[in-house]
Write a protein that binds this ligand. Sequence first.
Ligand SMILES: C[S@@+](CC[C@H](N)C(=O)[O-])C[C@H]1O[C@@H](n2cnc3c(N)ncnc32)[C@H](O)[C@@H]1O
Length: 356
Amino acid sequence: MSESRPLIEIISESKDEALHDSLRRELKAVKPSQDAIYQKLGVKPIRPEDIPRDDSPKDFEGRYQAYNFTTENLGAYMPHMDLNGKGILAVAGSSDFSIAAYALGAKDITAVDIMPGACLFGELKTAGLVEFDREDFMDFFATTGDKVFDSVSFDYHKYLRLRDLLSDTARSFFDQLIRPEGNHPSLSPDHLLITKIQSMEDLKNMSYYLRDNKTYMQAQARFKPVLYYPQSITDRLVDASHGRQKYDMVYLSNVPTYLKDEGKQRVISEGRRVLTPKGNIIYTQFRSNDDIDPYRSEFERGLDAHNTFTGGSLKGMVVKSEAMVSTGYEPDHKLVVRSLTPNYSLGRRLSGILRR
Ligand SMILES: C[S@@+](CC[C@H](N)C(=O)[O-])C[C@H]1O[C@@H](n2cnc3c(N)ncnc32)[C@H](O)[C@@H]1O
């Protein structure tokens, strides 16, 4: 007779498999809707060699680049936000906010990004969350240990496990990049992928859901598919308002930089139409420059600047440039990243405003 394994272990394994199966089914179920969105919004098939090389684009519209990981220290403030049961419209960026928000109890997340590449990459990343354990996830999207982006990144055999979970549009895009003969040269941190990861330890803390196995598994257990809209935030807000969609939170961190004044006004005027009665637009800006006008005086009155209007409220803040949490752009980025860990006052102050 073969040795029997403890019952508890068997139960937890089968529970995991059931969870993975149901997540896979859910992802597959949204594929047609995702393709329909791409088609409606005119996402065109593109060859990787036609993607212009630019590792720090300032004008994102229509680009196929993607932030592969967060540029913000989500781990320092997201656990203090009340996301439980909330329906959220968020800018996709790296999709790390969306994954972390699910891990923290969000009910439903819709993502919008003016870069189609961010939406396609978001599909790959969320498929990775569903399919991989934490080690495999980090190997595939970054690499564990001190090395970042080496031969195990975007491994073809691992990719085969994700293909079926992608929309047709995303699958044909990544099929050109992740190939049996080796990755296309475009799939590199200075071409398609924008975030420069300098340290895996920082990345684990900043992303929140990668900090340890327990949090990663919580993110998996609470995950639901994200629908990606490759369009500008203002267009998405107008469309959502026509479709009578409502959100408890419109989360736009690091976006004001890229909006012109008119766009900033329109986000507020259109955004309030899609908020539930107690909903919030969260509008943060991690550089102290003129970008955030015309809300600057409101924000600079204090970190708790808070403006209520019918059908929701606007919360926002400007954090001075030394608090910029991007890795890689500042020479002393490590110091910058660490300065936003929860033990530092800025992390706490940011948490304070977001909680209210
Ligand atoms: C600095 S990144 C944010 C990265 C994010 N902080 C993260 O950690 O993942 C800004 C993102 O906003 C998107 N974006 C910029 N302007 C936009 C607009 N008008 N509408 C929608 N998305 C926009 C960019 O394409 C980019 O993915």
